[in-house]
Design a protein around this ligand. Structure first.
Ligand code: NAD
Length: 326
């Protein structure tokens, strides 16, 4: 089976390609623009970029002619659209690239897929499309209420995909996953930033105020479980359906910070209090009932154990992350 993965050089996409290539039945084409987020050369570091069942196309999904050419030449049977600008803080400073790649770029993929009669497209989305929830959890049919330009751009792409499903029968599935963590995450995101700072004996910047001393809550999902769940719904889900992929591990940012400080034997003196970001969502929580009803089973639910392994990985792979912090 030939599979097109866009944004496959980033954090989740590279983990997804590594998983796919474990099966001899798949040939994977990765189309990636190689933004700053791909600077780590994850696939090269994983030693799979020269795999005979892997092909790289350097390109931007906003380039509709190139997208069309890739569809024409490769004729993928299934597509996973991971390509996106993904850092919320960057979207607050300048949202232009987010609107371009996450909405217009996604639209190019959808239209070419329709044109070529592609059997299935999986649009990778996020729990952030729901916005914040004080109590309880969001279900797939709940109202969308994004807070940042990033999450608004992901919401827009979803709505375009679903409108194409209603209008043209576009065979799309949407996944909304929680906060991913794992190997090869760019050290701008909370866990790798904190871990790599602590390895270097530097303080960790925690968003803090007297009313909200680091109590924002996130649901932590191991990247390998996310990749397995994305593949699982692509094979077992239905066209036009949305699937939440929670992490089943909701924790406050303060809890996660303390967990890391404990791993390094440091105390709270290593926390640098910084202002909350504008529109900082307090809590994300999504229900995984639909995913579980479909039969998905998690492999990595012991957060403390997984974080311990992750800290070891970053300690042993400073050749990968150190150049990215410059
Ligand atoms: P990432 O920033 O690590 O990787 C994104 C990749 O997309 C990079 O390789 C980049 O070069 C590529 N890219 C960006 N714009 C492109 C364009 N116009 N054309 C082609 N390639 C382009 O992001 P990630 O954390 O791996 O996230 C992947 C997807 O998962 C995104 O769609 C994101 O919205 C979604 N998601 C991420 C999380 C998370 O916790 N990281 C959670 C839920 C959903």
């Amino acid at each position: 089976m030939k599979i097109l993965v866009t944004g496959g050089s980033g954090f989740i996409g590279s983990s997804f390609i590594r998983m796919l290539l474990e099966s001899k039945d798949f040939f994977v084409v990765n189309m990636d623009k190689l933004t700053y987020a791909a600077k780590g050369k994850n696939l090269e570091h994983m030693k799979i970029s020269d795999n005979k069942r892997y092909k790289f196309v350097h390109g931007d999904i906003c380039d509709s002619r190139l997208v069309e050419k890739v569809f024409e030449e490769e004729k993928p049977e299934i597509i996973f659209n991971f390509a996106a600008e993904s850092h919320v803080d960057k979207s607050i400073v300048n949202s232009y690239l987010f609107e371009k790649s996450n909405i217009l770029g996604a639209g190019n993929i959808f239209r070419s897929a329709i044109e070529h009669g592609t059997k299935r497209v999986v649009q990778i989305s996020t729990d952030e499309v729901y916005g914040s929830i004080k109590k309880g959890s969001f279900f797939e049919e709940d109202k969308l209420n994004p807070s940042s330009p990033y999450s608004a751009s992901k919401t827009a792409a979803e709505l375009i995909a679903l409108s194409y499903h209603k209008t043209y029968g576009f065979p799309v599935i949407i996944t909304r996953s929680a906060n991913n963590y794992g190997e090869y995450q760019f050290p701008e995101k909370l866990l790798p930033l904190f871990i790599t700072n602590l390895i270097d004996g530097k303080k960790v910047p925690l968003m803090w105020s007297t009313e909200n001393p680091g109590l924002n809550q996130r649901d932590w999902l191991h990247v390998e479980d996310n990749c397995r769940a994305i593949w699982f719904v692509s094979q077992n889900g239905d066209d036009g359906e949305i699937y939440n992929i929670p992490g089943e591990n909701e924790r406050t940012n303060m809890y996660m910070t303390q967990l890391l400080l404990d791993q390094f034997g440091f105390g709270e003196e290593m926390i640098e209090r910084i202002e909350h970001r504008k529109g900082h969502d307090f809590r994300y929580s999504i229900s995984g009932e639909k995913l579980k009803d479909l039969g998905f089973i998690y492999n990595h639910l012991d957060l403390k154990e997984e974080i311990g392994k992750l800290v070891e990985w970053y300690k042993n792979n400073s050749d990968w992350w150190r150049p990215l912090k410059k």
